[in-house]
Design a protein around this ligand. Structure first.
Ligand code: FEO
Length: 392
C-alpha cells in the first residue's frame, strides 16, 4: 500500500495489524488494529507524528525509504505501540529530535533507553513551525498515560490525538466508511482503555471545543473526516447519564446460580429493564466492558467456591473496579452449599465503584419459592430506582 495523502504534504504511513488478537496481554482485539503514523512535510522541516508497534517497524521504514530527512519525531504517547519504532527512526535520521512532554521524555528514556540529548520537550500550547505548517501541542494527561499530549496541525485543521478517539479496527479504509462498525469498535476501545479516565477526558473535550477540526487522525483505526461523529459519541459516553440497563456477569457450576439468573433476567425484563447477561465461562470480556459504559446497575451472579465468589467472578469484579464505570447500583445473587462470604468478599473488591449496594439474594442450594420472591423484590427495587433516577 502506498502512503496515503490526507491533505497536501500530510500522509498516513501506518501499519495495519490484521492478526493481532490481544493487547497488553489482556484486551481482546476481535478485529485486529492499526498503528497510525503520520508524515507532515512543511516547507522547511519534516515531522513524523507517532510511530508504529515494534513488530511492524519494517512497514513504517518502507514508507520512509525515499524520505531523506526527518527533523522531528512527535511522540504524543510513550506506549510502545506508538513509540516502539522511535529508536530505529533516530538511528536512520541522526539529526532528528523527539518532541514530547517532559513526562513523555522521562518515560521514553526509561522504556526505550533513548539518550536525553535527542529530546525537545514542549509545554502545553507550545508550537513548532515546519515552515508553512505549524504544529501545536496540547497537553492531555491520562489519554491514556500521564504523559499524553495531542498534536494539532493548524493550517490543515487536523487533530492527531494518538489513543484518544481511536478504535482497534484493521481496515483498508483510510476514513470511517461504516459508522455502525466504527462506533462499535470505538466504544469497545473507550470501554477498555479510556473509561477509567472519564474525568480527564471531560476536561479535554471542553478544551477541544475551541479548536476547529476538519479531520481527527487517531493512532488506531480509521480517521474521522466527520469529527462530530466521534466527539458526540465520546460526549455521550463521558457526560451522558447511564441507561436503564442491568449488566449481569455470572458463573454457574451446578445450575443453582444459572436458575436464579434465568429467573431474575425475566423478572427485570417484565419490569421494563434491559438486561445484558454474560456467562463468564464463555464471554468476551470486551463486550462486558462495553456494556459497563452505559449500564446503571450491575448484578453479579456467583456460586460460592471455598467460601468466596467463583475466581472468574473475582476477575470480572476486579476489572469492573479498575474500569470505573458510572454504575449507580450494585447487587449480588447466587448460591452456596454450607456457608458463604461471597457478598463481603465481592463488595470489598470494588471500592472504586461509588454505587449503592442493594440487598443481595443468596440461596442455599437450588433456589426455592422464597428465593424467587426475593429476586422479584430485587428486580422491583432496581426498576423503581432506575425510574426515579430518570434512566431511559
Ligand atoms: Fe495505543 Fe496507550 O497505546
Amino acid at each position: 500500500m502506498k502512503a496515503r495523502q490526507i491533505k497536501t504534504n500530510v500522509y498516513w504511513v501506518g501499519a495495519i495489524d490484521w492478526d493481532r488478537r490481544l493487547f497488553d496481554a489482556l484486551i481482546p482485539l476481535p478485529d485486529g488494529t492499526s498503528y497510525n503514523s503520520y508524515l507532515v512535510q512543511g516547507s522547511q522541516k519534516v515531522a513524523l507524528i507517532d510511530t508504529v508497534d515494534p513488530s511492524m517497524t519494517h512497514v513504517l521504514m518502507a514508507y520512509l525509504e525515499n524520505v531523506p530527512v526527518i527533523d522531528y519525531v512527535i511522540a504524543n504517547h510513550a506506549e510502545q505501540d506508538h513509540a516502539g519504532s522511535i529508536p530505529q527512526i533516530l538511528a536512520k535520521y541522526p539529526d532528528a529530535k523527539v518532541v514530547t512532554t517532559p513526562k513523555g521524555r522521562d518515560l521514553l528514556v526509561a522504556l526505550l533507553l533513548i539518550p536525553e540529548d535527542r529530546f525537545i520537550t514542549v509545554s502545553d500550547g507550545e508550537t513548532l513551525s515546519l515552515g508553512n505548517k505549524t504544529l501545536e501541542f496540547i497537553h492531555a494527561p491520562w489519554v491514556h498515560w500521564p504523559e499524553t499530549m495531542l498534536t494539532y496541525l493548524r493550517e490543515d485543521k487536523i487533530l492527531f490525538p494518538c489513543d484518544l478517539f481511536g478504535s482497534h479496527l484493521a481496515t483498508t479504509d483510510l476514513y470511517v466508511a461504516d459508522e455502525g462498525q466504527v462506533y462499535e469498535a470505538a466504544k469497545r476501545y473507550f470501554a477498555e482503555i479510556m473509561m477509567p479516565f472519564r474525568t480527564s477526558i471531560e476536561k479535554h473535550l471542553e478544551k477541544l471545543n475551541s479548536y476547529k477540526v476538519d479531520v481527527i487522525a487517531p493512532s488506531h483505526g480509521p480517521l474521522h473526516d466527520k469529527a462530530s461523529f466521534i466527539m458526540e459519541a465520546y460526549r455521550s459516553w463521558v457526560l451522558g447519564p447511564p441507561k436503564n440497563i442491568v449488566v449481569l456477569p455470572y458463573i454457574s457450576m451446578h445450575g443453582s446460580t444459572q436458575k436464579m439468573v434465568e429467573y431474575f433476567v425475566g423478572a427485570l425484563a417484565d419490569r421494563g429493564v434491559t438486561v445484558k447477561q454474560f456467562n463468564l465461562a464463555a464471554t468476551d470480556i470486551g463486550k462486558l466492558a462495553m456494556t459497563l459504559v452505559d449500564a446503571a446497575t450491575m448484578v453479579i451472579g456467583t456460586p460460592t467456591v471455598l467460601v468466596g465468589p467463583h475466581p472468574n467472578i473475582a476477575y470480572a469484579a476486579f476489572l469492573a473496579n479498575a474500569l470505573r464505570p458510572r454504575l449507580q447500583f450494585i447487587s449480588i445473587i447466587g448460591s452456596y452449599g454450607w456457608g458463604s462470604k461471597a457478598v463481603e468478599q465481592l463488595t470489598g473488591m470494588i471500592p472504586n465503584l461509588k454505587a449503592e449496594v442493594l440487598a443481595p439474594v443468596l440461596s442455599k442450594g437450588f433456589p426455592r419459592e422464597e428465593d424467587f420472591q426475593a429476586l422479584n423484590n430485587l428486580a422491583s427495587t432496581i426498576a423503581q430506582k432506575h425510574k426515579e433516577s430518570g434512566f431511559a
